[in-house]
Design a protein around this ligand. Structure first.
Ligand SMILES: Cc1ncc(COP(=O)(O)O)c(C=O)c1O
Length: 382
């Protein structure tokens, strides 16, 4: 059992907490928070100078660094607060006509499904649900499950790169290739994929990508982006219209409209490059190996102890930093509360298709001792 991680000192975690829920809300390394705080200090010590003379170039530079990381052009990206905001940008202006439909999988994040329910209701279009296979182990089966829900009127597929409640890595490149052949656009909901996977937007071939950098990439809260492929720039609009750029400069492009959307503190956007530098220095392979080993151990141990089941094959193709394992039936909410109140463990207990699961996140600060603590607590409570 390992009780210390060589990376723990980078994180400032409350000492009474064993944190196994980076997948919901990440903990930002101290060095990245310092960069964010420095940007805030510069804003607050001279707001006029910062907002009118510094901010536009600073956004441009931060976007340039993010664009390199994602292998795309900065002109295809706009900063927004989080993945939810990004998804609302697309849903708010995506061209749909009566009779069209949008296909979403049954593993999508609940709030994302709500966004598209409202959009489809408002635009008198249909939201169809594609039911993914009950056991994930085969790319073709996943493609068939998604494309059997599509027809000639399908305009858009909404699909997670890594699903939220079930922590499954989906074959996005293959989904995009098939969608392109069938003339359907694809919007990828990607907050869990950043850092867990190489997100290469030029390679993936999706039309839209939405993400929050506060999860595995370790940027501060309030650091999301939306990616729009060049052929769609002409119809994309910000849901919050303001100056776009500081007057008298007029916004020229879709992403100019996202630079000034009212007076605000953009320190989190400007800290994304520091998060990329932090993770690059640790090494993305080091991060992925370290966290997958913990996830794999969590999965194996929880399966043994509670004779549960998993939704995915035991292969790195299908999961990464999060292990998702079935527990004996029972109330989710009270178990999660008890794990926190009695055992100081922060871990989500999730109901999925009327069964109870635990989703264990591992980041650089976690150790096998954290997993042992979880197993011991679950043995007491189940
Ligand atoms: C797959 C997925 N999409 C979207 C979101 C929403 O992210 P945010 O709350 O950062 O907007 C989450 C949050 O956990 C998620 O897991």
């Amino acid at each position: 059992m390992t009780t210390t991680s060589p990376f723990t000192h980078h994180f400032d975690i409350r000492s009474d907490t064993t944190y196994l829920n980076h997948g919901s809300f990440g903990i930002t390394p101290t060095c990245v928070k310092q960069v964010r705080d420095e940007w805030t200090r510069r804003l607050e010590e001279q707001p006029m100078d910062f907002l009118c003379r510094v901010q536009t170039d600073a956004i441009h530079d931060a976007k340039q660094r993010l664009a390199e990381f994602l292998n795309t052009a900065a002109s295809n990206l706009a900063f927004v607060d989080n993945a939810t905001w990004a998804m609302n940008v697309i849903a708010g202006c995506f061209p749909l006509s009566t009779g069209d439909n949008v296909v979403i999988t049954d593993h999508e994040y609940g709030a994302v499904t709500r966004v598209w329910q409202r959009t489809c209701e408002t635009k008198a279009t249909q939201l169809r649900t594609a039911t993914l296979p009950t056991y994930i182990h085969d790319v073709d089966e996943i493609l068939d499950s998604i494309f059997s829900a599509c027809d000639d009127n399908t305009r858009l597929i909404i699909v997670s790169h890594i699903t939220s409640a079930t922590a499954i890595t989906l074959p996005i490149k293959e989904i995009c290739e098939r969608a392109k052949r069938e003339g359907i656009l694809v919007c990828v909901d990607g907050p869990h994929a950043l850092a867990q996977l190489d997100v290469d937007l030029a390679q993936l071939g999706c039309d839209f990508y939405t993400a929050s950098c506060h999860k595995w990439l370790c940027a501060p809260l309030g650091s999301g982006f939306v990616y729009i492929a060049p052929e769609h720039h002409q119809w994309v609009q910000t849901p919050v219209l303001s100056w776009g750029l500081i007057p008298p400069t007029l916004p020229q492009t879709w992403d100019d409209e996202f630079v000034w959307v009212g007076t605000r503190n953009i320190a989190s956007y400007l800290s994304i490059p520091a998060a990329i530098e932090f993770m690059t220095e640790i090494g993305f392979d080091t991060f992925r190996d370290y966290t997958f080993n913990l996830s794999h151990t969590a999965r194996k141990t929880l399966l043994q102890e509670f004779s549960g089941a998993c939704l995915v094959a035991d292969d790195r193709q299908w999961y990464g930093t999060m292990a998702h394992v079935q527990l004996p039936d029972g109330d989710c909410e009270s178990l999660q509360r008890t794990l926190w109140e009695k055992h100081h463990l922060e871990v989500p207990i999730i109901e999925w298709q009327e069964k109870r699961y635990v989703r264990v996140s591992s980041h650089l600060y976690n150790t096998s001792a954290d997993l042992e603590q979880l197993v011991t607590a679950l043995k007491v409570e189940l």
